[in-house]
Design a protein around this ligand. Sequence first.
Ligand code: SF4
Ligand code: SF4
Length: 82
Amino acid sequence: MALMITDECINCDVCESECPNDAISQGEEIYEIAAGRCTECVGHHATSQCVEVCPVDCIVLNPDVVETEEQLYEKYLTLGGR
Ligand code: SF4
Ligand code: SF4
């Protein structure tokens, strides 16, 4: 599953630079995760880096983007790593 940012986001900007896939950007009101670029950090890190740094724990699983570990790894390969 890709992750998503809830409206609890306080726009602190800490997560954006932590994402190895450049999946996070500032949206109109809060930060957003491009589901097509989020691998849950599979291929790069053992844990989701954005979740690790978010001070208000507002990054959660996106229930609309269900993916297996294998699919996340395929996505990582498609994105070319970094
Ligand atoms: S889980 Fe990893 S890949 Fe997904 S948005 Fe967070 S830092 Fe980026
Ligand atoms: S770290 Fe959390 S609160 Fe800060 S911008 Fe990212 S999602 Fe929003």
